[in-house]
Design a protein around this ligand. Structure first.
Ligand SMILES: [Zn+2]
Length: 256
């Protein structure tokens, strides 16, 4: 089959060296989803592809495709998120996000919303210093859970319908009021409950992050004690559903 030329935007989320001068890149694109792209001669200094063919750089790319295999012909950086590289905790968080995105997406399939979340979160890590890395991490985890289809039902206590959430039952994807949580025997419908404390503000915050416009995802404010509960909730919640603790998270937690 003849070679086909494809123009796309893309961000490199993983790279593996191949031999002396080539790289295999895992690239997230809006239309093609997650793809593997071979990049030849990337280590030679005169390579014009060098600057854009690196991790966590968002670029305009021209790919050539033959028999379902992609190789990089041209790349021009749009955004390098340079400032992420100035802080260890921001780099560690970025690696954790990339690891998660790589885990939850399938080659040849993609989700433009997940890509947008990734880009918006990298932007926040790089340029929104007023947002703590912990906060960016928690928002990313909450939104990713929802994009993967694991939105908890936050409307009212799942048992008595009172609108006073005191716990999220992670395993059930629902909330319970204090009375119902205390009177429950620890299991429900034959499964263990996994209860994490919340308050009304955390429930509102989770709902906001779940449903707001992608570009407004960090446009909220909350009290410190609610944020603390939110941080504890989002990581447990997401990891419960993807059923994996990435190594990059262990490293991130050691530097946060
Ligand atoms: Zn209740």
């Amino acid at each position: 089959m003849a070679k086909k030329e494809i123009t796309t935007k893309g961000i490199v989320i993983r790279e593996v060296m191949m031999g002396e001068a080539d790289k295999l890149l895992t690239v997230l694109t809006p239309e093609l989803g997650k793809i593997t792209v071979r990049c030849r001669g990337v280590r030679t200094l005169k390579s014009h592809r060098f600057a854009a063919a690196q991790l966590y750089i968002y670029s305009d790319m021209i790919l050539s495709e033959k028999d379902g295999l992609y190789s990089l012909s041209e790349a021009e950086p749009i955004e390098s998120f340079f400032d992420i590289r100035l802080r260890l905790e921001a780099i560690a968080c970025c690696e954790y996000f990339a690891d998660l995105v790589n885990t939850v997406t399938v080659e040849g399939e993609g989700d433009a919303e997940i890509m947008r979340l990734f880009l918006n979160s990298l932007y926040a890590l790089a340029y929104r210093r007023e947002l703590s890395v912990r906060l960016v991490k928690a928002v990313f985890e909450a939104r990713l859970s929802v994009l993967l289809g694991f939105m908890p039902d936050l409307t009212a206590c799942a048992s008595c319908q009172k609108e006073e959430a005191a716990f999220v039952d992670v395993a059930g994807g629902e909330v319970l009021c204090r009375d119902c949580a205390l009177s429950s025997s620890g299991s429900f419908d034959g499964r263990e409950r996994l209860l994490l404390p919340v308050n009304g503000a955390v429930v509102s915050l989770f709902s906001y992050v779940a449903t707001c416009e992608a570009k407004r995802i960090f446009a909220f404010s909350a009290e410190d004690d609610s944020l603390e509960m939110f941080y504890r909730l989002t990581e447990r919640y997401l990891l419960y559903y993807i059923d994996k603790k990435p190594d990059t998270l262990t490293f991130l937690l050691s530097v946060l």
